[in-house]
Design a protein around this ligand. Structure first.
Ligand code: UT7
Length: 320
């Protein structure tokens, strides 16, 4: 059996922060941010936690799928900004939505978290172990953002997206995942520095650091490469793909991928302008936007592709 999306849901904090507002706290401008990234505004939490956003996205996905939370066998939540070291946000969400029969755990694959979660569930379904799953990408990146660093703080936003997956005859056709730990330092966030009675130092909370150009170079290579592998090994032509649903990190990365794949931009829907980069939440937020606009019909072939810290990357070829 294959993992098929039975319902999708998303949620982002209400508070909108514009580029002009950011130009009041760091040396930047609306013009620079729009032209270099495609971002106009982002949502920033004024109190809601990662698990709050995740639980609301989950409730919406369950409603869209017509599935009761007690039917869920498994919940996997991808995040790079968890509320706690433990309990996991997935366990918190399990309690918040009343999914008492589901095993729940978080995964750390940064912006590729939603794709990794989907692929793990697909594996369980293929092995016949579970039948109904909830996958979530949820982030409050605003709490790990260095608000004095204009090179990163203009890029990210908070939000969550979720999908209910059911084991069916159609759904995920093929998928791939990869990691390259040697590139870890180009995008990182220490959770807490070392400190104990022996070192004599106090642990401190870490903030995100990034070598933007290196991440950019990595993405424009890996994203089209992963998509090409999926197309070639499944003997699927580009014409058969209705949409490429890419991680929303930078409009220029999406444009570069489209150019390399020789596909028109109309096949690359985007939400980066209104949400910024929401890491693991960006793909389900985009899918939710597409579902709301009725852009997806049963049988449509789409490819999802994400990349992120680790470095990690993943792609899924699926039928809607
Ligand atoms: O989910 C994955 C996470 N991350 C990514 O995907 C990020 C990938 N990388 C990128 O999107 C781009 O590299 C950035 C948007 C981060 C930066 O764009 P860029 O075109 O690579 O700019 P740059 O780093 O080469 O910087 C160009 C100039 C520099 O000034 P100088 O040295 O030319 O005087 C920067 O200091 O732009 C400056 N700059 C800014 N200026 C105004 C950097 N950030 C800003 C800013 N506002 N916010």
């Amino acid at each position: 059996m294959k993992a098929r999306i039975a319902g999708i849901g998303a949620y982002a904090p209400e508070r909108v922060v514009t580029n002009d507002q950011l130009s009041e706290i760091v040396d930047t401008s609306d013009e620079w941010i729009r032209s270099r990234t495609g971002i106009s505004e982002r949502r920033i939490s004024t109190g809601e936690t990662t698990r709050d956003l995740a639980a609301e996205a989950a409730r919406r996905a369950l409603k869209a799928a017509g599935v009761d939370a007690r039917e869920l066998d498994i919940i996997i939540l991808g995040t790079s900004s968890p509320d706690n070291n433990y309990p996991s946000d997935a366990c918190s969400v399990q309690a918040m939505i009343g999914a008492e029969n589901a095993v729940a755990f978080d995964i750390s694959a940064a912006c590729a978290g939603f794709i990794f979660a989907m692929n793990i569930v697909h594996g369980f379904f293929q092995a016949g172990i579970y039948k109904t799953a909830l996958i979530i990408g949820a982030e409050t990146l605003s709490k790990v953002t260095d608000w004095t660093d204009r090179g990163t703080c203009v890029l990210f936003g908070d939000g969550a997206g979720a999908a209910v997956l059911k084991a069916e005859e159609t759904g995920v056709v093929d998928m791939l995942m990869g990691s390259d730990g040697t590139k870890g330092p180009i995008l990182s966030c220490t959770s807490r520095t070392l400190g104990n009675f022996l070192t004599g130092t106090k642990p401190e909370l870490g903030l995100m650091t990034m070598d933007g150009q290196e991440v950019f170079r990595f993405a424009v290579k890996k994203v089209p490469e992963s998509i090409e592998i999926l197309l070639e090994r499944n003997h699927i032509s580009r014409e058969e793909i209705k949409y490429y649903v890419l991680h929303q990190a930078n409009e220029r990365i999406v444009e570069a991928a489209a150019r390399r794949l020789k596909e028109p931009m109309e096949k690359f829907p985007m939400t980066i302008s209104k949400y910024g980069n929401t890491s693991s939440a960006s793909i389900p937020l985009l899918l939710n936007d597409m579902a709301e606009k009725d852009m997806l019909q049963p049988g449509d072939k789409i490819i999802l592709s994400g990349f992120g810290a680790g470095m990690t990357w993943g792609a899924v070829l699926m039928e809607w």
